[in-house]
Design a protein around this ligand. Structure first.
Ligand SMILES: [Zn+2]
Length: 877
C-alpha cells in the first residue's frame, strides 16, 4: 500500500526484538500462553464507564470487573498506563495496598488476606489521559474542505494500548466481555463494537451504554465519537454502516457496497456466520495510517475508505482490498485470536492472503493475484539479507509487539501461505481453514492449531512441510541442471541453498520446497516437493521452456543452467504471464546478487514482444528506472538510456496517451509507468506532451483524469522552472480534498531544480499541510529524497521528532529500519548509522542492522551497476 502504512494493515512495522526461532509450537492452551500477567486471576466481564474531557485531555472512569480466582490469592495483577486508581475494592472491601508502576505498565492490588477460589468483583474509579497521538483513546483535529475546524475522539488499541483508556488484562489470551458506557457532548454521535443499548442525555452531555460484547481480547475494543454520520445497509442478519465526518458519509457508498459483498463471501468461505449483530466501518480523518480490525467496528484512515471524484482506480482498488483484509480479521484475528504476539503472522498473513483472493475473485480484470508479486518481491528483498528474521518471532514482552509488524510478517507470511494453498489445493485449504475457525471460535490459537487443521483436511504433514518456512529466516535458491538424452528428453536435477544478496551464512538452512514445475508452454504445472539435494526427475523435452516456479507462486528463486535459460529466452514472449514474471524477478535478483550478468536480464526484458502483461512490464519499468537512477553521471548513462528507451518505447507507443474504453486497469497503469520512465529519462516528446496537458489542466481541472494526474504533474514538476513551480504550488494550496492534497504536494517534491527543492522542503514542514495530513509529511520527504537525498536527509534530521510523532508506536521501527533505507544515498552509511543509533533504544539493534544492511547493499548495488553499464558502453552492442 504505497509503502508507508502502519497499524493492523501495513508494513511500517518494526521487525522485532529477538530473531530466535520459537520452539516447536504446541496447540493453544491458556495456561501455557506466554505473557507477563499471572493466570490465577482471570477477568470474565468488564463494566466500564468513561467520561473524557477533550479540552483538558483527561478522562474519568469507573470500572467493575467480575474475576475468576483460579486459586486463593491476595494479589491481583493487571495492566494500566498513566492512570491513577482510587477506592479499589474487592467484593466491596477496600484493598490494603495498590501499587501502580507506569514503567512496567502494571498495577498490583494487595488484599488484606487471600480471597477464596471462585468469582469476585473488583471495583475502582480512576483518572487517565486523552491522547493526542493515535494510541489508546485519542483526540483528532481535522480541517474540513471549507477550512472549518473539527475534532473527534477515536481509539487505536493494538497491540497494547487499551490499558491507556482503562486498566485491564491487556494480553490477547485474556478474553472477556466488555460493557462500555461513555459520556460525551450530546451533540456527538458515538460508535463502539456493539449496538447502543441505551442513551441518556443530561443537558449538554449524553451517556451512551453499548450492549455487552462477546468474549474478546482487549486490543479489539473500539470507541469513536464526534460529528459523525452514517449510511447503512443490511447484509443478511448483519446491520452494515459506513461512518464518516458529517457531510462526507456519501463518499462511503462504494465501501458500503463492498462490505456487503465481502461479508456474504466470507460467511460462505469461513463456513461460520459473522457472529455480531452489526459491522461498522469508520472513516477517521488523519489519526493513524492504515486500518484496524476492531471487532464489529473497523476503523480506517479515511483515505482508505472514502472515495471522492478525485479518487483514482488505484484508490478504489485499495479501498476494496483493505476492507477485504480487515473483514477477514473479523474471523481470523477476532473470532479466533493468536494466543500471543509471536503468532501475529497468523492474523496478518492470513488476512492478507484472504484479501488478495477475495479481490481477485470479485475483480478478475484487476489481475490482483498477479499484482501480489510486487509485495512478494518486497518481502524477498528484505528476506535475502543476512540480518532478516523468521516469520514467527519470539516476543518476550508485549511492549515489543509493535516491532513485529513488518514486511516479513505480512508479505512473506502471505506469500508462504499462498504457496501452501496452491500445494494443497484451494478447496482442501479452505476445508482446513473452516475446521480451524470452528474448532477455535471465541478462543485463541497457535500456528500448530492451523497446521493441525490443514493437516487433517489434506493428509499432508504440514508441520514437516511448513516448519522451516515459518521458523527459519530466508528462503532457498533452487539450482536446476538439465541433461538431455539422444531423443531430446530432458532430465533435471535440483538442489537448494539459502539465497542472499550479499555475504554468506553457515546455518545449514534447508527447506521442504513445494515446487510447481511446468514443461513447455501450455502444460499444467506438476507439484513436486523438493526435500533433498540432487533430487532428479524427467522434465519434458530439451527444446521446450521450463518453469520451476510456475505462475510465480513459490517463495524461492530459481537459477537455470545456461542451456535451459537459453530455451526460456527463446520462447520468452510466448510464456504464460506468471512464468514470465517469475523469470524476470529471478534474473534481476541474480543480477543484484552478482550471480548473473546484467545483459542476461536486459535480453529477457527486450524479448517481451507484443505482450502487454502489466506486472511483467511493471517489473521491467521499475528495474530499468532503478538502473537509470543509480548510474546517473556515469560514463555509460546515456548509452544505457538509449537502450532502455528502445526496450520500452514500442510498448509505450502501442499504448499511447489516451486510454481505450475496453482497457483493463493494468494496461492503464502500465501506460503511466512507461511514460513516467520516459519522462524521468528526459524524453523531450513526453515532457512536451505532459506540459501541454498541464497547461490545459490549469484552466480546467477535468482536463487530466484523476488517474493520470500524479504521473503528468510529476513529469512537469521534475522539469519545472520557478513559474511552473508556483503554478503547481498554487494548485496544492487551493485543494480542499485530501486525496488531491496528497497528490499535488507529492508532485512538488519531485522538482529537480535545487533552489526550488529547498522551497519544497520548507513546504513539506509548513502549516500548509492540514492536521489530518501529519502522517504524510514523512512520505513527502521520502519523495524529495529521490532527487535531493542530502536536502531531504537534513530536513528529516532537523525535524525528526515532529515527523515521527504522528506514529508513536512505530517510530522506533521506522527510525531504526526504514530511515536507513529511505536515505541510503544521502550521507555516508556510518554517519546515518550513528544518527540512527543515537535516536533509538539499544534493544532496536537488530532492526538497525537490517536497515543498515539494506542501505549498504543499495550503495554496493549502485557501484556494481555503474561498472556493468560502463563496461557495456565500452563494448559494441
Ligand atoms: Zn491486519
Amino acid at each position: 500500500m504505497n509503502g508507508v502504512v502502519a497499524g493492523c494493515l501495513g508494513a511500517l512495522g518494526v521487525a522485532a526484538t529477538l530473531t530466535m526461532p520459537v520452539l516447536a509450537a504446541a496447540p493453544f492452551a491458556f495456561d501455557s500462553a506466554p505473557g507477563r500477567l499471572p493466570k490465577d486471576v482471570i477477568p470474565r466481564s468488564y463494566t466500564i464507564a468513561v467520561q473524557p474531557d477533550p479540552d483538558a485531555l483527561v478522562l474519568a472512569g469507573q470500572e467493575s470487573v467480575v474475576l475468576e480466582f483460579r486459586k486463593a490469592t491476595d494479589t491481583i495483577v493487571f495492566n494500566s498506563l498513566n492512570e491513577q486508581l482510587r477506592d479499589v475494592r474487592l467484593d466491596g472491601r477496600a484493598a490494603s495496598d495498590v501499587v501502580t508502576d507506569d514503567e512496567q505498565q502494571i498495577t498490583t492490588v494487595h488484599l488484606s488476606g487471600p480471597a477464596r477460589m471462585g468469582s469476585h468483583r473488583l471495583t475502582f474509579s480512576y483518572t487517565g489521559k486523552v491522547e493526542t497521538q493515535p494510541h489508546g483513546l485519542f483526540l483528532q483535529a481535522y480541517l474540513n474542505a471549507d477550512g472549518s475546524k473539527g475534532r473527534l475522539l477515536s481509539t487505536k488499541m493494538e497491540s497494547t494500548d487499551a490499558r491507556r483508556m482503562f486498566p485491564c488484562w491487556d494480553e490477547p489470551a485474556f478474553r472477556s466481555t466488555f460493557e462500555l458506557t461513555v459520556t460525551v457532548p450530546a451533540a456527538w454521535t458515538t460508535v463502539s463494537n456493539m449496538p447502543i443499548a441505551k442513551r441518556i442525555a443530561r443537558g449538554a452531555m449524553a451517556s451512551t451504554t453499548f450492549q455487552p460484547s462477546p468474549r474478546m481480547p482487549s486490543y479489539l475494543i473500539e470507541f469513536s465519537a464526534g460529528d459523525l454520520a452514517a449510511i447503512t445497509a443490511r447484509g443478511g442478519n448483519t446491520a452494515l454502516s459506513v461512518w464518516a465526518v458529517r457531510g462526507r458519509e456519501q463518499n462511503g457508498a462504494l465501501a458500503l457496497a463492498n462490505a456487503k459483498q465481502i461479508l456474504a463471501d466470507y460467511n460462505d468461505y469461513f463456513g461460520y456466520p459473522y457472529p455480531l449483530p452489526k459491522l461498522d466501518s469508520i472513516a477517521v480523518p488523519g489519526g493513524f495510517q492504515g486500518a484496524m480490525e476492531n471487532w464489529g467496528a473497523i476503523t480506517f484512515n479515511d483515505q482508505l475508505l472514502l472515495v471522492t471524484p478525485a479518487s483514482t482506480m488505484a484508490d478504489r482498488q485499495t479501498v476494496f482490498s483493505v476492507q477485504a483484509h480487515e473483514m477477514a480479521h473479523q474471523w481470523n484475528g477476532d473470532l479466533v485470536t493468536m494466543g500471543w504476539w509471536d503468532d501475529l503472522w497468523l492474523n496478518e498473513s492470513f488476512a492478507s492472503l484472504r484479501a488478495a483472493n477475495e479481490t481477485d475473485m470479485r475483480f478478475p480484470d484487476w489481475k490482483w493475484a498477479e499484482h501480489q508479486d510486487v509485495a512478494k518481491e518486497r518481502a524477498m528483498e528484505a528476506d535475502a539479507q543476512v540480518s532478516t528474521h523468521p516469520i514467527q518471532q519470539h516476543v518476550a514482552d508485549e511492549l515489543q509487539a509493535a516491532n513485529a509488524f513488518d514486511a516479513i510478517t505480512y508479505e512473506k507470511g502471505q506469500a508462504v501461505l499462498r504457496m501452501f494453498e496452491a500445494y494443497l489445493g484451494p478447496d482442501v485449504f479452505r476445508a482446513g481453514v473452516r475446521a480451524y475457525i470452528k474448532a477455535r471460535a471465541f478462543s485463541n490459537a497457535t500456528t500448530a492449531d492451523l497446521w493441525l487443521a490443514l493437516g487433517k483436511a489434506s493428509h499432508v504433514n504440514m508441520d514437516q512441510v511448513a516448519a522451516a518456512w515459518i521458523e527459519q529466516p530466508g528462503f532457498p535458491l533452487i539450482s536446476v541442471a538439465a541433461s538431455c538424452d539422444s531423443e531430446g528428453r530432458r532430465d533435471i536435477s535440483l538442489s537448494q541453498s539459502r539465497f542472499l544478496m550479499r555475504g554468506t551464512v553457515a546455518d545449514g538452512s534447508h527447506w521442504s520446497v513445494p515446487l510447481r514445475i511446468r514443461n513447455g508452454i501450455g502444460a499444467n504445472p506438476v507439484a513436486v516437493l523438493l526435500t533433498r539435494d540432487g533430487q532428479s526427475m524427467p522434465s519434458g523435452r530439451c527444446d521446450e521452456p521450463l518453469s520451476v516456479n510456475a505462475d510465480a507462486i513459490g517463495f524461492y528463486r530459481v537459477s537455470y543452467d545456461t542451456a535451459t535459460l537459453a530455451q526460456n529466452l527463446k520462447h520468452f514472449a510466448d510464456l504464460p504471464d506468471g512464468d514470465k514474471i517469475a523469470l524476470l524477478d529471478d534474473q534481476w535478483a541474480l543480477v543484484q546478487s552478482g550471480k548473473q550478468s546484467l545483459s542476461a536480464y536486459l535480453a529477457l526484458a527486450a524479448s517481451m514482444g507484443s505482450d502487454l502483461d502489466s506486472r511483467a512490464w511493471e517489473q521491467i519499468a521499475a528495474t530499468l528506472g532503478r538502473i537509470e537512477y543509480d548510474v546517473r553521471g556515469a560514463a555509460g548513462h546515456d548509452a544505457f538510456v538509449t537502450h532502455a528507451k528502445s526496450i520500452v518505447q514500442p510498448a509505450a507507443q502501442r499504448l499511447g496517451w489516451e486510454p481505450r474504453a475496453d482497457e483493463s486497469p493494468g494496461a492503464q497503469q502500465l501506460r503511466r509507468a512507461l511514460i513516467e520512465d520516459l519522462g524521468a529519462w528526459g524524453d523531450t516528446d513526453v515532457i512536451d506532451q505532459a506540459r501541454a496537458r498541464f497547461t490545459a489542466f490549469l484552466g480546467d481541472h477535468t482536463a487530466i483524469r484523476p488517474d493520470d494526474q500524479a504521473m503528468i504533474l510529476g513529469i512537469v514538476a521534475q522539469h519545472a522552472d520557478p513559474a511552473v513551480f508556483g503554478q503547481l504550488h498554487a494548485i496544492a494550496k487551493a485543494a480542499g480534498d485530501e486525496t488531491e492534497q496528497q497528490r499535488y504536494y507529492s508532485a512538488l517534491m519531485e522538482v529537480r531544480d535545487p533552489q526550488l527543492a529547498r522551497q519544497s522542503a520548507q513546504i513539506a514542514m509548513s502549516g500548509e499541510i492540514p492536521p489530518q495530513g501529519a502522517h504524510w509529511r514523512l512520505r513527502l520527504l521520502v519523495v524529495l529524497a529521490q532527487e535531493h537525498p542530502q536536502l531531504a536527509w537534513n530536513t528529516f534530521i532537523d525535524n525528526s521528532e515532529a515527523l515521527l510523532s504522528s506514529n508513536p508506536k512505530y517510530a522506533p521501527l521506522i527510525t531504526s529500519q526504514y530511515v536507513p533505507e529511505y536515505f541510503w544515498n544521502a550521507a555516508a552509511p556510518d554517519r546515518i548509522e550513528a544518527w540512527v543509533r543515537a535516536h533509538v533504544a539499544a534493544e532496536m539493534s537488530q532492526n538497525v542492522q537490517r536497515g543498515m544492511e539494506a542501505a549498504r547493499f543499495r550503495l554496493s548495488e549502485q557501484q556494481s551497476l555503474i561498472g556493468a553499464i560502463d563496461a557495456m558502453a565500452d563494448s559494441p552492442r
